[in-house]
Design a protein around this ligand. Sequence first.
Ligand SMILES: [Zn+2]
Ligand SMILES: [Zn+2]
Ligand SMILES: [Zn+2]
Length: 335
Amino acid sequence: VPDLRKDPLLDRWVIIAPQRAGRPNEFRVASCARTAKSCPFCAGHEHDTPPALATYPEVGSAGRGVGWQVRVVPNRYAALHSESVLGRSCGGLFESLGGYGEHEVIIESPDHVVSLTDLSDEQAFLTFLCYRDRLRHWRGVPNLASGFAFKNVGPAAGASLEHTHSQLIVMPVVPLTLQSELSGSDRFFRKHRQCAFCAVIDEELERDVRIVCRTDNFVAFCPFASRFPYEMWIVPAQHASHFEEIETAWIRELAQLAVDVIGRMEAVLGRPDYNYLIHSAPFDTSAVDHYHWHIEIFPRTTTTAGFEWGTGFHINPVPPEDAVSRLRAVSQLAR
Ligand SMILES: [Zn+2]
Ligand SMILES: [Zn+2]
Ligand SMILES: [Zn+2]
């Protein structure tokens, strides 16, 4: 039986349509052969990327040579550039800002591996530490409104290189998706005097039908109005609006939880391509009561077709409650 569900935060509806799903292995994506030949992100190929902006742990000579575990470099094919001039120009109706911003690549391992779950505990920790540090860095730079850290794994998720990496784009405007979340959460706050995310977490923990996993400080769940099969969100259990304000002591726990839930998803779906992204309040705000940072994770098992593009509705063939029962059933040892 299909179900039209509304996201409690956004005016976003999804159609949960289990009758459209076949058995779960119909989603199974064949993992492609690894091609480590001349990969610019592998150790020993540091000269194939621009010099590092930061390395973890810190090593000399702009991150060249061995010793680094995680390395940040400018994107060679940057979508935006801080050398561009920020200047609003307006030709009648047509507004433009110049290409001001920055686009970085976070290389998460010196070894040629493909997923977050292939990293050592230390590399996973350093990757999330790096997101935090780079966002902190850019938050202090004038004229940047928001920063967006995300990861594409596999061609269906938009990755052009296989070697595991994330990207960070900082820009002088707040992207539309974040704006919608901010205005939806502001509306919710005014009506209920409570953060929508905090309210959702309380209710999810109480019902316990969509929680994948929880740790002391974080909760991972499949949202009620999941747009995609096996969509998962990780949120801090206590209210926090800016990801970059996370304490170092919590980053390891967060990284391990991300590895855990992505590992479960990979075990259930056979290592699908996937994306995750961090949504965090804009740089120019101090702590916000109504907005709660979160990580959204989506395996790419469905394609966005005409209906989705034209209406903004998603049709999701897997009810999140079913996804959760499969994700919970995966034992740690199976991975
Ligand atoms: Zn590589
Ligand atoms: Zn909250
Ligand atoms: Zn979001």
